[in-house]
Design a protein around this ligand. Structure first.
Ligand code: 6PG
Length: 261
């Protein structure tokens, strides 16, 4: 596992850094395997990033037709609902770079959430050609992080945090009084690369805890990112990084602050 922290002076610069990193990782994966798997994040933070990817120079920097598109989580709303993570991607990206529809794998929120999760896992296994016991390795999973330290829809105290087998689950989130569909810890841990884009001062305490706090995924789900097989790239604006004790290029070991000695 390698982990890097990149801090930019402004949100705009952080978004640009994220776009650069995404293009680099996807191009390398396509070069190596002829295709690449990408899981998009939801929420507000990625909107300017997706808009940027759909513009020059990023728009032509990747063979977007070679990407298999997924989502790391989804809200229990129809695909045309303003809160839909799918709709966010359609509005900002797909309407501009028009990937083949056969390569866009939406979570079927119109179904019973458990059935939608089961079908999504089956779709992931089919696309990756992985048998029922294997864990597919995404080339890139994009994540944001909540001010409470949740990632994807892995919220504090929810059952999905304990999941060891399934790749996607319907996770009851009392904090939201909702059931969210989400990637599970095993699928996140197996990723070749995870990019976490976090901006804004309100997230600074969670960023500090995620990078420098005592390891406890039950208390702060973002700590799961210390267990990822591949590379984890945290891209922060100055405001989100404002409480970091030291701006460290690497996140060090799972023993926090080990490299601060
Ligand atoms: C979602 C996300 C979620 C998001 C955080 C941060 O569907 O909401 O995937 O994990 O990344 O909640 O959200 P904001 O970017 O809106 O602060």
């Amino acid at each position: 596992m390698t982990c890097r922290v990149q801090v930019s002076d402004t949100t705009e610069e952080a978004v640009r850094q994220a776009a650069e990193a995404i293009v680099r990782i996807l191009r390398d994966a396509i070069e190596e395997r002829g295709w690449a798997s990408l899981a998009l994040a939801g929420g507000r933070t990625p909107r300017p990033l997706y808009l940027q990817l759909a513009q020059s120079p990023y728009r032509t920097a990747v063979r977007w037709e070679c990407i298999e598109w997924f989502w790391s989580d989804e809200r229990p709303v129809p695909p045309d609902h303003p809160d839909s993570n799918y709709r966010l991607a359609v509005e900002t990206l797909f309407s501009r770079i028009t990937p083949p529809a056969s390569r866009i794998h939406r979570l079927l929120t119109e179904l019973d959430p458990r059935e939608a999760a089961r079908l999504y896992e089956a779709t992931i296994r089919r696309v990756f050609g992985v048998d029922p016991t294997g864990i597919p390795r995404f080339d890139l999973i994009l994540l944001g992080m909540g001010a409470d330290g949740h990632i994807a829809s892995l919220f504090l105290g929810t059952a999905a945090l304990e999941e060891q087998q399934r790749l996607v689950v319907a996770n009851e989130v009392p904090q939201l009084q909702a059931t969210r569909l989400t990637f599970t810890p095993p699928l996140l841990r197996a990723a070749r690369a995870i990019l976490v884009l976090v901006t804004g001062e309100e997230k600074a305490p969670a960023v500090r805890d995620a990078l420098e706090g005592p390891m406890d995924p039950k208390r702060l789900p973002a700590h799961l990112l210390r267990q990822v097989d591949g590379q984890v790239l945290w891209i922060l604006d100055r405001a989100a990084a404002s409480q970091l004790v030291s701006h460290r290029e690497s996140c060090g070991s799972s023993q926090p602050n080990a490299d601060l000695a």
